[in-house]
Each structure stands twice: as structure tokens, then as C-alpha cells.
Design a protein around this ligand. Structure first.
Ligand SMILES: Cc1ncc(COP(=O)(O)OP(=O)(O)O)c(N)n1
Ligand SMILES: Cc1ncsc1CCOP(=O)(O)O
Length: 505
């Protein structure tokens, strides 16, 4: 399902070369854009003659026609993102650098570059003069470069075989981020890519697929990243989405001629087995990967209506109405008062058979024996997850994007919160509202873990949120800011219960 309606598909350009065999180049890029809900435009740099076995030859377009394509598109169909692929000509590379210098700042598009310097069948497109233009003129205009290991070595001037140092050098030349593709390290069982971004570094690994129908792999990965960027995802998220898209396309690759066949373009990836394992390379996310032996108690699903209240006084108001699950999220008060409220809330929860989650204060939750703990992203780094699991408490984790969701899934918590879905007045959020399309994708990916939607959800939006496939709906102001909070709770609870009862039938 595309992020936008048919009236507003984001426009993505590919500036690359034609593969008459249809598996790579411009043809693969356009398939990828379409599958990810974008409208693709193509600026053709060269026409190659190739099939599934070999590249037989190529001819570049004239410099005049190259620039005319760029200008004509810019006038009427400006891009949200541009993918650069094979440009086997020095003059065209120089022209492109000059054109990007002139227009990038004004039009604010993202540039993803796949420096196709040789074909997987062994054809060499790169000459020294082209490498110089890449280094000196193009890299400073690139937001993400996606070299494979041979391309990384060619582009870097470092003789060392150390990939990270070579990538660091390319970033010094000016490209903001580098994704080192590990596909060529065929001696390893997993295929592992390293993302070196402005403020994040991580590795993504997935089982190496035996399918030999892998023509156009690099083209598809870079164009999927561009498409996800055009859909408004941050660069790190786009890399993760694209890697999952590629795994899905590779898993279903098919024969065309007698050589490496083509990838199968499908749709937005939501299948857990295609999702990469994310390992954080920097301190910030240390400890975020689940130690294998950690296991959190499960929740009986669906979670249903999940009120979040800020005091034990609010909890006492709701308890006679028999909520199934409540979160106590205290944000003010002295340490002594907070502990008193948590202790009292846990005692009350036992009397009422309530599943009570404590926000933030995981030590107190363990001390008093709460049903569970809810932690945000910041809390994850400092909390002792092993202690929470060992005490038998459930764990809920907040997420606000694909990177956080991917990490949270690896921890295998009791539930994952997805937010904020709509604008909320209750909390200042540093992130953007996620909206319903993303919520649906996230919930589909989490088919194996309970999910809770949160943020700006009220009676008017309840049905569309439930329709996205979450197993619970968390609300604050839809209850506590209403004139009749008890009545608001009862109405919401009845509607949520009806929804899940209907689903089970
Ligand atoms: C169900 C649910 N989802 C998200 C949150 C937000 O938690 P967190 O990120 O820890 O932020 P604060 O609540 O501490 O502001 C939540 N509390 N509950
Ligand atoms: C705590 C929190 N975390 C993400 S949104 C949010 C507040 C949700 O409140 P409301 O339901 O009133 O929008």
C-alpha cells in the first residue's frame, strides 16, 4: 500500500542507464519505485546492451540530451529523492555534478548514489578520470553512497583493506553517509551491510540466499532507499526498509535467460523473516540487542483499551469500572511520593486483578511486584532488562520509527508501543506523528508481538486505528481530559472489546 494516495505519489528520479534485459539499471529502479508507492522518472545516461549473462556494450547519450532530460523534469516534476546509478561517461558525470550543485539546495531532494563501477558479470565501466570526478565533484553532493566492497576499494585512495577506514575517507571527501554492502563477501553465511551515518552506525545482517537470480541487486537496494526517503522516512529507516525489500525481492527472484535472473518486485515489506538483524556499532545503543537467554513474560492478547494515567488518584477513579490493563505514568513529585503511589497502585491492582504497568520506574516495579514495566528508548540503555525478565515482569517498549522498532523487536518484549500516531497535546514529542499508513506497516511487521498504538487517539479516530491491526490502544486525554472521564472510559472500552470480539469470530 503506498504511503500517499494516487493524487500525491512522491516523485523519485533515477539518473542511470538502461538495461535492455530488464533486470538492472533504469528498468529495475522504476519497478522498485512503483512497488514502494512512488512515481518514477528516468534520466538515461547510457543505453547498455546486456542480457542475463553478459554486458555486450554501451553507448552514452549526448551531453545536451542528458541535461535536457534533467531540466525538463525539474520544471514540471521535481523529485523528492534522486537515485544515481551507472553513468559511464566523464562528461556526463561532470554535468551531473554541476547540475546538482545548482539545484540541490533549492529543491531539497535527497541524493542516493550507487557508484556502479563494474557489472556483476565483470564488465568494467570505471576509468581513473571517472573515479576522480566521483571523489572530487559528486561525493560532496551525495547524502548516501552505497558501494560494494570492490567499489569501496576503487573509490577510496587508501591501499588498506580496512572497509571502515575506506568508508571514513569517502565521508571526508564529502558524502554524508555510506552504506558498505557486504554482498561480495560470499565466504560468510550471512550478508552483512554496514551503515555509517551522521549520528548513527549500525550493521544489518540477513541470511545469504542461495538464489542465483540476483541480477540488479545493487540497483534495487539503492532505488528502494531513495523511494523510502521520498516517502518521508529518515535515512537510517530507509536503509532498513530497503534491505528488507531487497531480501523479499531476492527470495522470489526468477530465471530470465540462461544467466542470473531478475528480482521479483512486490510491495512494501512487512514479513518478519525478511527483516534484517540490526546490530548497533556505537555506544549509544550498547545493550540494545537481546541476549539470547532473555525472555519476557507474555501478555494474553488482545491488550485492548489501555488507559495511561498520571497518579494513583486517577487509577482509583477507574478501578471500579474494571479496566483490564492500565499504565501508571507519574511525571511529577518527590521520590518518596512516587514510591508511595507505585506501592499503593500495585496493591490495588492485585485486589482488582488489573494488569498494571509502571512507566520508567523499573526498580520500584520489581520491588513491589507490578505486572509490568513500560520503558522509553532512553530508558532502554540504562535499565537492567535481565533483572526485569528474571523478576517475571512484562516489558513494553516505546518506538517512533523503523530503526527503534527493529531494535525493539530483537528484544522480544511483551508488547511494542507504536507512536505517536496523531498530534498529541499530552506530551511534547521530538518526532513527527506517524499516521495510519505507517501504523499499518508497523503492526503488520509485528504480527508475532503484541502492539499498542498511542498518541492523539480519541473516540473519533478509534475505528481507523483499530483497523490498522494493533492489539491495543493506549489513551491519556481521551479519558482524563473528558468532562465525564468514567463515561468516556466505558464507551471506549465497549467499542474496543466489540472490535476484538468481532475479529476473533
Ligand atoms: C503504551 C505507551 N506507549 C508509549 C509511551 C511513552 O513512553 P516513553 O517513551 O517512556 O515516554 P514517557 O511516557 O516516559 O513520556 C507510554 N508511556 N505508554
Ligand atoms: C505518553 C505518550 N507517548 C507517546 S504519545 C503520548 C501521549 C499520549 O496522550 P494522548 O492520548 O492524550 O494523546
Amino acid at each position: 500500500m503506498p504511503e500517499h494516495t494516487s493524487e500525491a505519489k512522491p516523485i523519485v528520479w533515477t539518473i542511470a542507464s538502461s538495461d535492455c534485459g530488464g533486470g538492472a539499471g533504469i528498468q529495475a529502479d522504476l519497478h522498485t519505485f512503483a512497488a514502494l508507492g512512488c512515481h518514477g522518472c528516468s534520466v538515461i545516461a547510457a543505453v547498455t546492451a546486456q542480457n542475463s549473462i553478459e554486458v555486450v556494450g554501451y553507448e552514452s547519450v549526448s551531453p545536451a540530451l542528458f541535461v535536457t532530460q534533467l531540466n525538463c523534469l525539474l520544471q514540471d516534476m521535481p523529485p523528492k529523492a534522486i537515485k544515481i546509478g551507472l553513468i559511464p561517461d566523464v562528461t556526463l558525470l561532470e554535468q551531473l555534478a554541476a547540475w546538482l550543485t545548482q539545484h540541490k539546495a533549492q529543491h531539497q531532494f535527497v541524493v542516493i548514489a550507487d557508484p556502479v563501477l563494474s557489472s556483476s558479470s565483470g564488465y568494467q565501466f570505471a576509468r581513473q578520470s571517472q573515479l576522480c570526478i566521483w571523489r572530487q565533484q559528486l561525493l560532496p553532493l551525495v547524502d548516501l553512497l552505497t558501494p560494494n566492497l570492490p567499489e569501496l576499494a576503487l573509490l577510496s585512495t587508501m591501499p588498506t583493506p580496512n572497509d571502515e577506514m575506506q568508508a571514513a575517507q569517502l565521508r571526508q571527501f564529502g558524502c554524508a553517509a555510506v552504506l558498505i554492502k557486504g554482498g561480495h563477501a560470499t565466504d560468510q553465511a550471512d550478508s552483512c551491510d554496514h551503515y555509517l551515518g551522521v549520528d548513527q552506525q549500525f550493521s544489518l545482517s540477513l541470511p545469504r540466499l542461495c538464489n542465483t537470480h540476483n541480477h540488479g541487486t545493487g540497483c534495487v537496494l539503492s532505488s528502494a532507499i531513495a523511494a523510502a526517503c521520498a516517502q518521508g522516512y529518515a535515512l537510517a529507516d530507509s536503509v532498513i526498509i530497503a534491505r528488507a525489500y531487497l531480501q523479499q525481492a531476492l527470495a522470489n527472484g526468477y530465471a530470465t535467460g540462461n544467466g542470473a535472473g531478475s528480482l521479483q518486485h512486490h510491495s512494501w515489506p512487512v514479513t518478519p523473516s525478511y527483516w534484517p538483524l540490526l546490530t548497533c556499532d556505537n555506544e549509544q545503543f550498547a545493550g540494545a540487542t537481546q541476549p539470547d537467554n532473555l525472555s519476557f513474560a507474555g501478555m494474553t492478547t488482545p491488550i485492548g483499551l489501555y488507559p495511561v494515567v498520571d497518579s494513583v488518584a486517577w487509577l482509583k477513579r477507574l478501578l471500579p469500572l474494571e479496566p483490564d490493563v492500565v499504565q501508571l505514568r507519574i511525571k511529577q513529585g518527590s521520590a518518596a511520593d512516587i514510591e508511595r503511589q507505585i506501592a499503593e497502585a500495585v496493591l490495588l491492582s492485585r485486589d482488582y486483578k488489573l494488569r498494571l504497568f509502571i512507566n520508567d520506574y523499573w526498580q520500584l516495579a520489581i520491588k513491589y511486584g507490578a505486572y509490568g514495566v513500560h520503558l522509553g528508548q532512553q530508558d532502554l540503555a540504562s535499565a537492567n532488562l535481565a533483572a526485569i525478565a528474571a523478576a517475571g515482569l512484562r516489558l513494553g517498549i516505546s518506538t517512533h520509527n523503523y530503526t527503534e522498532l527493529t531494535r525493539a523487536r530483537q528484544i522480544r518484549p511483551s508488547y511494542i508501543a507504536l507512536g505517536h500516531i496523531f498530534t498529541t497535546q499530552t506530551k511534547q514529542m521530538p518526532s513527527k506523528p506517524q499516521g495510519l499508513v505507517r501504523l499499518k506497516y508497523y503492526a503488520a511487521l509485528c504480527r508475532d508481538i503484541p502492539t499498542v498504538a498511542i498518541g492523539g487517539i480519541d473516540a473519533t479516530r478509534l475505528d481507523e486505528v483499530l483497523a490498522c491491526g494493533v492489539t491495543g490502544v493506549a489513551v491519556v486525554s481521551a479519558i482524563t481530559a473528558q468532562q465525564q472521564p468514567e463515561q468516556a472510559f466505558l464507551t471506549l472500552k465497549q467499542r474496543v472489546e466489540q472490535h476484538y470480539a468481532h475479529q476473533i469470530k
